[in-house]
Write a protein that binds this ligand. Structure first.
Ligand code: LLP
Length: 421
């Protein structure tokens, strides 16, 4: 469900024609819908109504400050994975008490920053990280609330690059090590075990693997409680998939919530969730302009002004994004098979291969759908292409929420050493 539709033959975000945004901001540009963000946040919150639940939006999916502020106003907390994301979440108005800190490589400085603000929980991923956190907390005279992220050795399905819950993955502590590490926490100063954390991957459409991982983790909570650990929370991560194209049929949030109700029933645990994609994914598109047609013997390349530096998902995960023309095709518009490519000097700079699309003339604009999560956040300035701009729409209003940098801004951190001056 989203708010990008044709009205009067032109693709709109809510009440704003996307052409108007492209005229004002240039292309490529990401456009986010406030109505969709709010709706998704409410659907998730509504599905868990009545449960003791913290919805900690996974900032990595889309960390634009305006997006975070919008979600903060819906009551979302935040799941952060760096000091930078923590600062963003705080700057957007998300209270520290609703922030969890995940990730395998937190530095001591990042731990100290999070401790100084009094965040809800550290999701700790190794014995070494636990020792460092204990050390930093003791030095600061604080106690860090800890959930150990466990690796349940369950395959999530989906693309291997975004599966995180198998034994060989770098994520989580090995299953068999968990009880010993909880015993260690009891003996360490400055850390207190409050719960267990698990996250097995992303873009998961089938609830089976999630349920298996969650049931296994609940079993561990029971064992640990039996061994005298006073655990009050379970963090079940993120990972719920979204539809990217017709035929995709991921489990809806209501089924996901029902499954979680069932597995956590009667345990008196606060449930922490870290949804990212399901909130932001279909709330954003990337607009690009067609530059050239380049016929080859066996195909036609459609070269556009966006590259893999602006939207990495197709190059990284062979991900599919629907491509819609901003001007609605008519039934007479001929269908053409295109390889849609960008200007970057890499063969992986390809958004779609042999995609049947209504003919797109040079100069026409297209929207890459479902690009609100893991789109702009993964962008780079490769080939010295300015970091892509971002716009937020709310009803009939829109605002640039990240400027495209100028060339001067791009190179301002680079300095000539004096011997080259
Ligand atoms: N919690 C943890 C610990 C995570 O590692 C992630 C995502 C999430 C929550 C949020 O997962 P979500 O609800 O968004 O599925 N760049 C890839 C996705 C990488 C996901 C990384 N971790 C993509 O574009 O598909």
């Amino acid at each position: 469900m989203h708010h990008f539709d044709y009205k009067g033959g032109r693709l709109h975000c809510e009440d704003v024609p996307l052409h108007e945004i492209a005229d004002a901001a240039g292309t490529p540009v990401y456009v986010y819908s406030t109505a969709t963000l709010r709706r998704h946040a409410r659907v998730i919150a509504g599905a868990f109504e009545g449960m003791d639940c913290l919805i900690a939006y996974s900032v990595k999916a889309n960390s634009n400050l305006a997006v975070l502020r919008t979600l903060a106003s819906e009551g979302c907390g935040a799941d952060v994975v760096s000091g930078g994301e923590l600062r963003r979440a705080l700057a957007a108005g998300i209270p520290a008490a609703r922030i969890v800190f995940s990730g395998v490589g937190k530095t001591r400085d990042e731990m100290a920053l999070a401790l100084s603000h009094g965040i809800h929980q550290f999701n700790v991923e190794s014995a070494a990280e636990l020792a460092a956190l204990s050390d930093v907390a003791v030095q600061m005279g604080k106690t860090a609330p800890v959930a150990l992220r466990v690796n349940p050795d369950v395959a999530a399905g989906g693309h291997p690059n975004i599966s995180t819950g198998k034994a060989g993955d770098k994520f989580g502590v090995p299953w068999g090590d968990a009880p010993g590490l909880y015993d260690r926490i009891k003996t360490l100063p400055g850390v207190e075990a409050v719960g267990v954390d698990v996250h097995i991957g992303s873009q998961i459409g089938d609830l089976g693997p999630m349920r298996a991982a969650f049931e296994k983790t609940i079993g561990l909570v029971k064992t640990l409680r039996g061994a005298g650990h006073d655990l009050t929370r379970i963090d079940l991560g993120g990972g719920l998939g979204i539809p990217y194209q017709d035929g995709d049929d991921p489990a809806p949030p209501s089924d996901y919530a029902q499954m979680i109700r069932e597995v956590t029933e009667g345990l008196g645990l606060q449930v922490v969730l870290e949804p990212g994609r399901v909130i932001a994914g279909n709330a954003g598109v990337m607009i690009a302009t067609a530059l050239y047609h380049k016929p080859a013997p066996d195909r036609t390349f459609l070269i556009i002004d966006a590259g893999m530096n602006d939207l990495m998902r197709p190059a990284l995960y062979q991900a599919h994004h629907d491509i819609l023309a901003l001007d609605q095709p008519t039934p007479e518009t001929p269908m053409v098979s295109y390889d849609v490519v960008g200007p970057i000097c890499e063969s992986t700079d390809k958004f779609a291969a042999t995609r049947m699309l209504p003919e797109i003339a040079p100069g026409a604009r297209v929207a890459f759908m479902s690009a609100g999560a893991y789109g702009a956040v993964l962008a780079s300035q490769y080939n010295t292409r300015p970091l892509v701009a971002e716009v937020l729409v709310d009803g009939d209003k829109f605002a640039m929420v990240r400027q495209r940098p100028s060339f001067e801004q791009i190179i301002e951190l680079e300095k000539m050493p004096d011997w080259l001056d």
